[in-house]
Design a protein around this ligand. Structure first.
Ligand code: TRP
Ligand code: SF4
Length: 399
């Protein structure tokens, strides 16, 4: 398993806004320095809800990748790719669908929630029901250890774990599993083999969790055993079959605190966003139009920042000193709202202007973007192909 590998995806919604930047991208930026990171555009996922809408997917994919790059996702260290360019995701989705009980999909909370939310759409489709399983395939095919997601997606990672467990249980039980596992232990060298066996025993007989971790670490150090043997021995420690698909952990992204122009969470569907591409003028206009504490009709009326969406933005952008200045000026009616908004306007511009220079640079070079997507997708595909070779092997589809 690749504990060190992070994988996450985003639907191709096109141009991103500050909510995406503060809620998702900044988190990815931190992760990419620490992990072997895979970030992809989940373009097939768009069809699970928008199958009948004629959206310009190509433009959406390109613009989103431009925004990722401009935000600082580094194509030299992270693998940036597009789902449909790695058709192996579809093959794994198909094969997993054979053994996934319908009830598992029906009880994923997003299934009913989204149907209620998007009432104008007919979402009683096969693809919509199966979309969390497609997501499972997206994750499992890279053997990713960690999946950064928001709260709404945790159930999907949980499903992924169950799907992996079931797959390993069904297909990891080779007829001669024990024999193969014992032969593999023999390849570890006497001392290591002995240690491995005693750790395994400690785990299986006494439930010693520390022994489990030690045995897994010991396995990882082994240079002269094959990938297949590695998977067998991982399963052998726990007394299960060969572990072909590993169970990922979700890495819960703290709920985005990014408030929109009206104080609700920033979201396209609320029409309260600031796009990463908004011009200086648009930023001015949007912030100036923001509602404030309704109690402040006249300059001499004191206000309460807690009742004001602008204050929410100060919490994101302003240092302590500025925040003190806001509270003092607002509650004691020492300053007007126009004045109070200025530091927010300045901070957003400071954040976005350098990003917009990069957006412009990338946007004017579509060939470069295509090249980055091509190279990332090729790299992703080589990993996906390896996993599929193993999946086909254990399922007996190698003829
Ligand atoms: N379903 C996710 C969303 O709507 C996007 C996604 C697709 C994803 N495949 C994934 C996220 C795999 C993480 C891992 O936001
Ligand atoms: Fe909001 Fe600032 Fe006006 Fe107070 S002074 S109501 S915090 S904009």
């Amino acid at each position: 398993m690749q504990e060190n590998r992070v994988l996450s995806g985003m639907r191709p919604t096109g141009r991103l806004h500050l909510g995406h930047y503060h809620g998702v991208l900044k988190n990815w930026l931190d992760l990419q320095n620490e992990y072997d990171s895979y970030f992809f555009v989940a373009d097939w996922h768009a069809f699970t809800t928008h199958y009948a809408d004629r959206i310009d997917l190509e433009a959406n994919v390109m613009e989103m990748v431009v925004d990722w790059l401009a935000a600082g996702i580094n194509p030299n260290t992270s693998t940036i790719f597009v789902q449909s360019k790695v058709p192996e995701h579809a093959e794994l989705h198909l094969l997993l669908s054979m053994s996934t009980p319908l009830s598992w999909l029906e009880r994923v909370p997003s299934y009913k929630d989204q149907q209620l939310k998007l009432k104008e759409k007919d979402l009683s489709t096969y693809g919509f029901l199966g979309y969390p399983l497609l997501q499972s395939a997206d994750i499992l095919i890279y053997k990713a250890g960690l999946v950064p997601v928001g709260e709404d997606q945790v159930a999907h990672v949980e499903l992924t774990r169950e799907v992996a467990r079931r797959f390993n249980h069904i297909y990891g039980r080779e007829a001669d599993f024990e024999e193969k596992a014992e032969t593999a232990i023999g390849k570890m060298g006497k001392k290591q083999a002995k240690l491995f066996c005693s750790l395994r025993k400690a785990y299986q007989e006494k439930g010693d969790g520390e022994a489990l971790v030690k045995a897994q670490a010991l396995l990882k150090e082994q240079q002269n055993i094959t990938l297949g043997d590695h998977e067998r021995l991982l399963g052998y420690i726990e007394g299960v079959g060969r572990i072909v698909l590993n169970e990922p952990e979700s890495l819960l992204t703290k709920a985005s605190k990014m408030p929109g122009l009206d104080g609700q969470k920033m979201s396209k569907s609320y029409g309260n966003t600031i796009s990463l591409r908004d011009t200086s003028d648009e930023i001015d206009k949007k912030i100036k139009r923001m509602p404030t504490d309704p109690a402040r009709v006249k300059l001499t009326d004191s206000g309460n920042p807690e009742k004001c969406p602008v204050w929410q933005l100060h919490k994101v952008y302003s240092d302590e000193q500025t925040q003190d200045w806001v509270v003092d000026g607002c509650t004691k009616a020492k300053m007007g709202c126009v004045e109070c908004k200025q530091p927010v306007i300045d901070a957003i511009k400071d954040e976005l202007m350098p990003m917009q220079e990069r957006i412009e640079k990338y946007q004017s070079d579509p060939e470069l973007i295509k090249q980055i997507i091509f190279e990332g997708s090729e790299k992703a595909r080589s990993v996906a192909k390896e996993t599929m070779a193993e999946v086909r092997e254990v399922m007996g589809i190698t003829y």
